[in-house]
Each structure stands twice: as structure tokens, then as C-alpha cells.
Design a protein around this ligand. Structure first.
Ligand code: UD1
Length: 307
């Protein structure tokens, strides 16, 4: 197949690219390199890299040409950035999705899988979250992710396109950038583990998250694009198990036979207390289940960073 991966030089996108290349597909990456890195991608004869933004329709139109599958991972992924710059979020996080849908409609209607987010659920009570749960987007990021999901579903209903939204929970794995305070917490904690510096737990550490390993997220993407019955749907991509941050830190440090001695900081404003996915729908329709236990994923991540 010919695949387009937007945000393909980023954390999750680059793992999708790697898998597609390994399976013999031809891959075009579209990335503006605002956070993505060329070194996240291999040099490969079947890989073409285009520098550009999803907010530019002409760029998208050129990229969608003769493509069969689109994996749409490009976004401003930082929630605080979208709070500071909601118009940019609208242009990129929502407008980028609409550009892809519209260009796809006019150029052979390739299948499209979209990186949606558990941010859709906000902090409404009731766990685990199923796809029929109410949504409560609390940031421009979440608003634009939810709006994008609706646009995908509408294009399915209006134009019969194969569109699927995957609501990622807390994804972790190699190539996740730990450099910002809003980077994924596992990337930050692993950085501290390897540097011998002190991690900071924000709040009491009893908040819970559903951490899913990036290779399992890639598998969900492949199933979403190939499963006819998934068209028009949205699916949670988590594990169905949540751990507290304290448990996470202990498990991580145990890999090196150490005890974490974190410092504590104030809880993050707007932090969600508990998050956990119900993944029954993905199991049923996609035949997908996460294959990587948390400790195994942590081990793989640490090993990858130790080279
Ligand atoms: C995640 C997503 C975000 C999405 C949200 C929806 C990531 C990186 N972010 O945010 O895009 O909107 O789910 O629910 O996946 N923490 C510490 N110490 C640190 C850093 C973080 O204690 O050094 C804490 C945070 O306060 C939070 C938890 O770790 O309680 C997880 O933080 P983070 O990895 O940023 O993810 P979410 O806040 O769940």
C-alpha cells in the first residue's frame, strides 16, 4: 500500500512508519518538524519525507495524491500550548484534519485513521471510560480532537469514507521527548532514572493513568485501517488497567533495583484525577488487545535508551 503518515517524524508517527516499512509498504511522511525529528526516521528507499504543515491545503492535496492509507498523527500535542494559542490549535489540530478529509474526498478517498485523545473525556466521573461516555473537552486541544472525530464520522456518513478515530490514553515508549515539563510523565521519570536525578511527583501521586505501549498503539492503527467494520467508529486505545503514579515510579525504579525518592510538587492545575479505558469495543470490532504489560514496556524503553 501507499501510506501517508502526518506527524510521521514524531513519537507515535515514527513508530507507525517503522512498522509500515517493515511490512513492505511505501510511506510518505508529512511533518513540519516543529517537534518531530529527522533522526526518528530511517533512511529507506520506500520512505519519502515532505516538510510541511497539515494546515496548508495545497500541501495536503499534493501529499494525498495516490495514497491508499492515511495515518493522521500531526498535531500540537501540548495541551498548555493550545491554551496559549487556541487559534493555532484550531488551524492545525482541527483544520489539519478537515484539510485531510477534504483532500482525501477529492483524491480517491484513501482510508484515514486519526489520533484522537482520551482528553475527550475531561474529568467527568465514572470509570472506566467507554466510547459512549459523555465527552467534556476542557482545552482547545481536546475541543479540536473531539471536533476532528465528529468530522471523520460525518465524512463516513456523508461520503462513505473509511474513517476511524482512535482515542489514545497515555502512550509511552522510545522516542517520546522528555524535554518539556508537559512531556509524557514516563519519559520524564525514565530520564531521571537514567540521569540519577530526582523525579518530581505533582500532587500526592495517587492519581491514576492508563499507560499503553506505543507498539500496541501501532497495532491498533493497522487494525483500524484494515478492518471494514471499524469505518465511522471511535475506539479507546488503552489497556483497561490504571496505575497510580506512585506505583509507576516504584515499578520503574525496581527495574534498576532501586527505590524512588521523589520530591513532591503542587498538583498541576486542571490535572485529571483518574483515567482508565474500557477497551471492549476495540477488542470486539478490531480484534485488538494490548500485548505489552506495563513493566515489559518500561523495560523495553529503558533498554532502548541505554543503547
Ligand atoms: C495526557 C496527555 C494529554 C491529554 C490527557 C487527557 C500525554 C503526554 N498527555 O495528559 O495530551 O490531554 O492525557 O487525559 O500523554 N506528572 C508528575 N510529574 C511530572 C510530570 C507529570 O507527577 O514530572 C503527573 C501529572 O501531573 C499527571 C500525570 O503525571 O497527573 C500524567 O501526566 P502526563 O504524562 O502529562 O499526562 P496527562 O496529564 O494524563
Amino acid at each position: 500500500m501507499n501510506a501517508l503518515v502526518t506527524g510521521g517524524a514524531g513519537f507515535i508517527g515514527s513508530h507507525i512508519v517503522e512498522r509500515l516499512l517493515a511490512e513492505g509498504h511505501r510511506v510518505r511522511v508529512l511533518d513540519d518538524f516543529s517537534t518531530g525529528k529527522r533522526e526518528n526516521l530511517p533512511d529507506h528507499p520506500n520512505l519519502e519525507v515532505v516538510r510541511g504543515g497539515v494546515e496548508d491545503y495545497a500541501t495536503i492535496e499534493a501529499c494525498v495524491e495516490s495514497i491508499d492509507w492515511i495515518f493522521h498523527e500531526a498535531a500540537i500535542a501540548s495541551v498548555p500550548k493550545t491554551i496559549e494559542a487556541p487559534l493555532a490549535s484550531q488551524r492545525i489540530n482541527y483544520g489539519g484534519t478537515l484539510n485531510l478529509l477534504e483532500a482525501a474526498r477529492h483524491h480517491g478517498a484513501p482510508r484515514l485513521v486519526f489520533a484522537a485523545s482520551a482528553a475527550a473525556y475531561g474529568d467527568l466521573p465514572g470509570l472506566p471510560k467507554g466510547e459512549a461516555s459523555a465527552v467534556c473537552p476542557l482545552s482547545p486541544y481536546a475541543v479540536d480532537k473531539v471536533a476532528s472525530e465528529h468530522a471523520l464520522a460525518a465524512y463516513h456518513h456523508l461520503h462513505g469514507m473509511h474513517t476511524v478515530s482512535l482515542r489514545y490514553f497515555n502512550v509511552f515508549g522510545p522516542r517520546q521527548d522528555p524535554s518539556s515539563p508537559y512531556s509524557g510523565v514516563i519519559s520524564i521519570f525514565v530520564d531521571h532514572l537514567l540521569a540519577g536525578t530526582t523525579p518530581t511527583v505533582l500532587g500526592d501521586g495517587e492519581q491514576t493513568r492508563d499507560f499503553v505501549y506505543v507498539a500496541d498503539v501501532v497495532e491498533a492503527n493497522l487494525r483500524a485501517i484494515t478492518t471494514d467494520a471499524a469505518a465511522g467508529g471511535r475506539f479507546n486505545v488503552g489497556t483497561g488497567h490504571a496505575v497510580t503514579l506512585n506505583e509507576l515510579l516504584t515499578a520503574l525504579y525496581r527495574l534498576r533495583g532501586r527505590e524512588p525518592h521523589p520530591q513532591h510538587g503542587p498538583a498541576r492545575a486542571g490535572d485529571i484525577r483518574h483515567s482508565c479505558a474500557n477497551i471492549a469495543r476495540a477488542r470486539e470490532v478490531l480484534g485488538w488487545r494490548p500485548a505489552t504489560a506495563l513493566v515489559e514496556g518500561l523495560q523495553r524503553l529503558v533498554s532502548s535508551l541505554e543503547g
